[in-house]
Ligand binder design. Structure first.
Ligand code: CA
Length: 219
């Protein structure tokens, strides 16, 4: 999943970036409102973590522009603990949820997972599909009850596919979800990860749709 982190504080930004990347998300980081607005206009993200106090455009203006373009990207706003008014305003301007600063990183990750789950139209916290059980919170995967270990990149390929069974994602769309700005992308990376996933999870879970891309079939 590809996330946009909008945070002007260098130290906070670095720690959030590290923890999101460690969870297998591809993350782009921008430090002011104009760059956030430009990134959101240019690239499709699965979620935005939006600090509200920003140089340039403030977070509320970034949010308003996003919703003004009818973009449905889930938005998690970050506000100071004592600024209830900002949270109310943010939610009313189209944010989906908020997280308090200073961050509790465990809570931040849980809110990110909850928003991604809802954006995929699900309420249940685990996927069970064709004998494969996946727990996004812990990234535990099992096949017929046997645990399987996935690399973080394999996980990054599997998650968007299994989140929406029946939807085909092209190689380019999968690359967008697994690589952020500045990541080295080899031309056959997606094929390599799909190959690895098929070896670990069985060949039926991820199907190739010839000339189009990949999908997890509907159960
Ligand atoms: Ca700030």
């Amino acid at each position: 999943m590809r996330l946009l982190l909008v945070e002007d504080d260098q130290m906070i930004g670095e720690s959030v970036l590290d923890i999101l990347r460690a969870e297998g998300y591809a993350v782009d980081w921008v430090k002011d409102g104009y760059l956030a607005d430009a990134a959101l206009g240019a690239q499709s993200y699965d979620l935005v973590l939006l600090d509200l106090g920003l140089p340039g455009l403030d977070g509320i203006e970034v949010l308003r522009a996003l919703r003004g373009r009818k973009q449905r990207t889930p938005v998690l706003i970050a506000t100071a603990r004592d600024s209830v008014d900002q949270r109310i305003r943010g939610l009313d301007e189209g944010a989906d949820d908020y997280v308090l600063k200073p961050y509790d990183l465990g809570e931040l990750l849980a809110r990110v997972r909850a928003l991604l789950r809802r954006a995929a139209g699900r309420a249940e916290p685990a996927y069970e599909h064709l004998g494969v059980v996946i727990q996004p919170a812990t990234r535990e995967v099992s096949v017929a009850g046997e645990p399987v270990v996935l690399s973080s990149r394999e996980w990054a390929v599997l998650e968007p596919l299994i989140a929406r069974p029946g939807m085909v994602l092209s190689r380019a769309q999968l690359e967008e979800k697994i690589f952020g700005w500045g990541d080295e992308v080899s031309s056959n990376a997606v094929e390599v990860y799909v190959h690895g996933l098929r070896k670990k999870l069985g060949s039926g879970l991820i199907q190739t749709v010839r000339g189009v891309g990949y999908m997890v079939p509907k159960a």
